[in-house]
Design a protein around this ligand. Structure first.
Ligand code: NDP
Ligand code: F7E
Length: 323
């Protein structure tokens, strides 16, 4: 589709004093990107909390861009949640995400941002997409109902980046990460994603001496997990190397069943009781392994195995999450 995937951009990495706005810098993804940029020596990161700048408020976003004039934008602010949150708050998931991304993308373009990366999600693809899912599977079939509202907003974000590239020749790209985990994840008991939810549930069961832990669904769905530090590395890589029209999948290439994940988290946490399945809860999409060969062909690959990533995340949880 459109521009060649290996088209080189103006270099992002050389100017470490460039103003980079990382939207959503306190979240799972935004905080990992900030760590990565700081490790690389970036000295001029623009960071605003949700309380400082509500990105759903167009006039505030406009005023921020006109006064701060960032050169680069990494858009990692969004309304995010797991299967239950997506299913329970469809209006929030579509409206907040459309507002944030529309405001940030449009203001970025009009205030001279040189390059923007928008983060979507693997849920943009049809529920029964071919596996592994290539970028071209977008808009080829019906979405998974538990997260179609969020997915529609994310698809609109991809299309907005493409439209601005086509009409204005503006360098907006999109990355589609698979299911992520790591430090600063959301460990809410109901609204989080499966991995932090299970880490917390197994941990609490271990501390409280429970005999059983309940896990949602049948355990049969397959998911692909990527450590957020790998994702942050991929985002910086794409900022440096990629300026194409197509969105780019970012996955680890390996998938596990939710049953296998539960056993692995149980082992890492050290819970010795039984796992009980609550099949009144939705399974969601049966499988969503992404085809990340486009990114690999550009020269990027992940480094952190699921087991190592889980151990590191559990250590982080023990140090940072208060009971
Ligand atoms: N987590 C995952 O498994 C995956 C995430 N992604 C994508 O990565 C991106 C980041 O997700 P993730 O880091 O997990 O999400 P988090 O919920 O951890 O972080 C989102 C961030 O956005 C901020 N934010 C939300 N609403 C607003 C607002 N109205 N104004 C300003 N800031 C706001 C939040 O601040 P506050 O908390 O104060 O509201 C928070 O810092 C999203 O685009 C998501 O779709 C893609 C695939 C998988
Ligand atoms: C990243 C991605 O995240 C969401 O999609 P999802 O992949 O279905 O994410 P999930 O992590 O919430 O669930 C994965 C699987 O795990 C099972 N499961 C078991 N026990 C718990 C549990 O305790 N919590 C949760 N959340 N799930 C559980 C659950 O039933 C499901 O089968 C989308 O909202 C979508 O918007 C999106 O982009």
């Amino acid at each position: 589709m459109g521009a060649a995937p290996n088209q080189e951009t103006n270099s992002f990495l050389p100017d470490k004093s460039a103003k980079v706005f990382v939207a959503g810098h306190r979240g799972l993804v935004g905080s990992a990107i900030v760590r990565k940029l700081q490790d690389l020596g970036f000295t001029n990161l623009l960071l605003r909390t949700h309380a400082d700048l509500d990105l759903t408020h167009q006039s505030d976003v406009e005023s921020f861009f006109s006064t701060q004039t960032p050169r680069y934008v990494i858009l990692a602010a969004a309304k995010v949640g797991g299967i239950h949150a997506n299913n329970t708050y469809p209006a929030d998931f579509i409206a907040v995400n459309l507002q944030i991304q529309t405001n940030v993308i449009d203001s970025s373009y009009r205030h001279g941002v040189e390059k923007l990366i928008f983060l979507g999600s693997s849920c943009i693809y049809p529920k029964f997409a071919p596996q592994p899912i290539p970028e071209r599977a977008l808009l080829t079939g019906p979405l998974e109902p538990t997260n179609e509202w969020y997915a529609v907003a994310k698809i609109a974000g991809i299309k907005m980046c493409q439209a601005y590239r086509i009409q204005f020749n503006w360098d907006a790209i999109s990355a589609m990460p698979t299911n992520l985990y790591g430090p600063n994840d959301n460990f809410h008991p109901e609204n989080s994603h499966v991995l932090p939810a299970l880490m917390r549930r197994f941990h609490e069961a271990k501390i409280k001496g429970f005999k059983q832990v309940v896990v949602w669904g049948t355990g049969s769905p397959l998911r692909e997990f990527l450590h957020v530090d790998d994702l942050a590395d991929a985002v910086v890589f794409l900022m440096e190397k990629y300026s194409g029209l197509s969105h780019v999948n970012v996955g680890s290439g390996t998938e596990v069943s939710i049953k296998e994940l539960a056993e692995l988290v149980k082992e890492v946490v050290g819970f010795e009781g039984e796992v009980v399945w609550d099949d009144s809860k939705p399974d969601g999409t049966p499988r969503k392994l992404m085809d990340s060969s486009m990114l690999q062909a550009l020269g990027w690959s992940p480094k952190i195995s699921l087991r190592d990533g889980l151990v590191g995340t559990y250590n982080w949880y023990l140090e940072h999450v208060k009971e």
